[in-house]
Design a protein around this ligand. Sequence first.
Ligand code: GLA
Length: 413
Amino acid sequence: MTSAQEPKALRLLPNQIAAAEHFYACFQASPAFIATAPGRINFLGEHTDYNQGFVLPAAIDRTLSLAIAPRTDDSIRYFSADFNERWTGSIASIPPALRQWPDYINGVVASFRNAGLPLAGFDLAFGSDLSMGAGMASSAALEVATALALTAAFGKPLDKLDLVRYAQLAENKYLGVKSGITDPFACIFGKAGNAVFLDCRSLKYEYLPVDLTAFALLLIGTGSTQTLTEEAYNLRREQCEAGVKALRKVYPQVKSLRDANRAMIEYSLKDRVPDLIYHRCKYVVEENLRLQVSADALRRQDLVGFGKKMFATHAGLSKLYEVSCRELDFLVELARHEHAIVGARMMGGGFGAATINIVRKNLLSDVMNRIGESYRQEFGSLPNFQTCQLADGADLSAVDQTNLGEMRYFGKL
Ligand code: GLA
């Protein structure tokens, strides 16, 4: 190999070192590969992905790192540093979902196995600085990191979109959550400094730079243990499908809410379906329109104009789609009265987790103090504040097994 082809040495992230160390401690051996996958935020486009609409997520600088080594038998052994728990099984008999963290790994293993991809036993250890349930799609990060690690361990490279699909299949088929493509897509296609404007029907995407020189991205976690259940999520999906079915009687060309416009909703749907179905569909159609206008605002770096749309999205999610909760509504209402916050809304599937706020950087600490105090007075505890940067998507490194501290760059996806 000439020096030009020599893989670059890579500086390890603290999380990658931790994953490798946990691997050593658990399995008394060196891992062969380390996959790292980021969490995501979503600027706009909530519950639009499974309606074949638009979304605007971004990968962030919080990651999950997963160390893996293949085995020569059928055993699979996992260690989660976040939960300080182990799980052991066999590749020959993956159990049904247990409603626990091993599900996300087992779900990817099951989707690889169903697709006939090469697999054998393996050892795996992971850890992250992505808090679970904080609305940063930690489960997608675990699924994507697993998919990436399995391709490396068993020598079958997949393209980026296939990785997205295997992660999504783990959710859809194994866990029974009919989630859309946003989370794994952002986790793999994220680019530092950019949001990803994705058309969930054609899968065409555009990177939109977000200039955060004067602004901070602030996530405010409610700490509420209530989250969107898969029943509530799947139900929203069915309600949208019911709307499409009713619309198709008048407009056979409508294949999903992506194809509907405001006039169709007001004049051909409203009187034909229960109010609840009308409200769900109205939100989705308006959100898709908002996305397109907002993408233009971002192209002009008009974060103030963009932020106004975030407030409008929140109102739709709360009143029409009904996936907010008292804590999220309270936080967005506080944000609306802060002149330093140009945009805020609940983020993710809903019912808990976090709000995303675009805040003038020079006033960030004042804002956090005021919001923290008001929230504490109302709910008895402080919310969780985190700022984040827009980061690159998942990557993979090969471990130089002779010296763990010296990793070789395996190649960014
Ligand atoms: C969850 C799903 C996504 C998306 C959001 C709502 O995070 O995983 O696919 O549908 O809810 O926008």
